[in-house]
Design a binder for this molecule. Structure first.
Ligand code: GDG
Length: 484
């Protein structure tokens, strides 16, 4: 890569802005949906750069080099660089170590963790593969931005191979206390891997604190807890909390579109109840879907006045279907939905509408608009963007956000009604309150929520990243504390 080219961003994440699907007519490039993509893609479109990611398909051969594609098709603005994974790697690294060890561990589901050396080895190899592809794409002056628990070893690889490369790492899920982290036989490798970066970002100060304590206790690293700095191998690593924001104005615009409003109206007419509740998430055991359904059932038992008058739409987006825990959860959720509908359906009334599919973005916003109450009740969640998206879509400032106290977003979203998703009776009571909340209180709460989500939007979040990197370059700013 030429030194004369302007510095660019090289994004690195397990799944990127596109998925590659092998069809009979060749490779189809399909835009991917995720909070990270919504946050960062517009920036890459504007400034150019490279996105290094697994395209979600099985590599055609053992040593496939990986496609390099100008994207978006028709109006290319940046490059998508594929890191091809073999069937074994997908199985051991992705379904295995990342989703059956790190994911449950970081979400405090110790009983779901499986620690297998074969899966760990695959994780090590795949991280090396990502690092090699990144080094092929990054010039000396570029900034590399690595994402999430799939790629914790990449920073150390990059530091070793190219010490001067500017690096930022964002960890999107909770970071557990070191007592829990210590159950992972390779925990110190994960910590050392992350310390290869210059700046390390989390959503919450609590995750920052857990990380700092972990490196102090488990690696014996010197840490300035106050300033959020780790002193490691003659370098300073800045660690900070920057809760991710959404594109607030884009949701407001979408919600104002006549087509979206008409769709929301139609949806309400079709369901035909006085009060509509909604939940949208990947079908994941961390999201508390089963517990929420049980609380909905309890509500209908204990507050029979809602029978015939309130319905819940549960959108469960298929996710990690190759992992047994996810398949098992799907069966449990579907059996529970069936039982509740069997017990309480009457004439045209159905208490739960369940969809096992993702919705197109436009449709999603119509659902947000149709819902009087949004139930976001994960058992544990790094942040949760859906809660923010609901808030941003409610232009008329009605609607109630019911939010788990174990979602990172609960720290910021002060107007939400907080629940403990482990307490089924308590949750049912709060659903009752939320369904019956008067307009004046709804509006007071939503104003507070919108103010926060509007100010701390995706532009604010990207700016935090720029400031943090500026400090790394010794220019200006303050990365030491929490910006949240
Ligand atoms: C991880 C962390 C953290 C969902 N269903 C549909 C759909 N979505 C979009 C939402 C939102 C995104 O996917 C989901 O983001 P969340 O934050 O809610 O949850 P995770 O997927 O678990 O994300 C989480 C996040 O990373 C960011 O750091 O907040 O804690 O677990 O943007 O809109 N989009 C469409 N149809 C759907 O049916 N179009």
């Amino acid at each position: 890569m030429s030194q004369k080219q302007p510095a660019k961003i090289v994004m690195v994440s397990n799944r990127g802005s596109y998925n590659l699907q092998a069809t009979r007519d060749g490779i189809q490039v399909v835009p991917a949906i995720s909070g990270l993509v919504s946050a960062v893609e517009p920036f890459l479109r504007e400034k150019g750069g490279v996105w290094v990611a697994w395209g979600g398909r099985e590599a055609p051969q053992e040593n496939s080099p990986g496609l390099r594609l100008p994207v978006p098709e028709g109006n290319p603005a940046y490059t998508f660089r594929e890191v091809p994974l073999t069937a074994d790697e997908i199985n051991l690294y992705y379904h295995g170590f990342t989703n059956s060890a790190l994911w449950p561990l970081c979400h405090y589901f110790l009983e779901k963790c499986r620690y297998e050396v074969r899966e760990w080895s695959a994780y090590v190899d795949v991280n090396a593969k990502f690092a090699a592809a990144t080094l092929e794409e990054a010039g000396e002056r570029d900034t590399v931005w690595v994402n999430d628990y799939h790629l914790a070893l990449v920073p150390a690889h990059l530091r070793h191979r190219r010490p001067q490369l500017k690096q930022f790492f964002f960890w999107h899920i909770p970071f557990p206390h070191h007592d829990l982290l210590a159950t992972l036989p390779w925990a110190t490798h994960i910590l050392r891997g992350l310390l290869g970066t210059d700046v390390l970002g989390f959503h919450l100060q609590a995750y920052v604190d857990n990380f700092l304590q972990a490196v102090a206790h488990m690696l014996g690293a010197r840490v300035d807890f106050e300033a959020g700095i780790v002193f490691w191998e003659q370098r300073r690593i800045h660690v900070g909390a920057w809760p991710m924001g959404i594109d607030y104005q884009a949701f407001q615009r979408q919600a104002a579109s006549p087509a979206t409003m008409a769709r929301a109206q139609k949806l309400r007419e079709q369901i035909g109840v006085e009060r509509l509740a909604l939940s949208v998430e990947r079908l994941d055991y961390t999201k508390g879907i089963l517990e929420r359904l049980l609380a909905w059932e309890r509500l209908l038992e204990e507050a029979p006045e809602w029978r015939g008058r309130a319905a819940l739409i549960q959108v469960a987006v298929p996710s990690r279907t190759a992992v047994p825990a996810y398949r098992q959860l799907k069966e449990q959720v579907e059996a529970t939905v069936g039982r509740i509908n069997g017990r309480f359906s009457d004439g045209n009334y159905q208490p739960v509408y369940y969809f096992w599919r993702g919705l197109p973005r436009r449709e999603l916003v119509a659902y947000y608009l149709a819902a009087d109450v949004m139930l976001v009740t994960p058992l544990r969640d790094g942040l949760n963007l859906v809660a923010k998206e609901y808030v941003a879509s409610r232009r008329d400032q009605t609607g109630v956000l019911v939010l788990s106290r174990f979602a990172g977003a609960a720290q910021e979203l002060k107007g939400a009604v907080l629940v403990n998703p482990y307490d089924i009776d308590g949750m049912a009571m709060i659903f009752n309150t939320a369904l019956g909340m008067g307009r004046a209180e709804q509006s007071k709460r939503l104003q507070l929520l919108q103010e926060r989500v509007r100010r701390h939007d995706v532009h604010w979040w990207m700016n935090c990243f720029h400031q943090a990197m500026a400090v790394r370059e010794g220019e200006t700013g303050d990365v030491s504390g929490s910006a949240g």
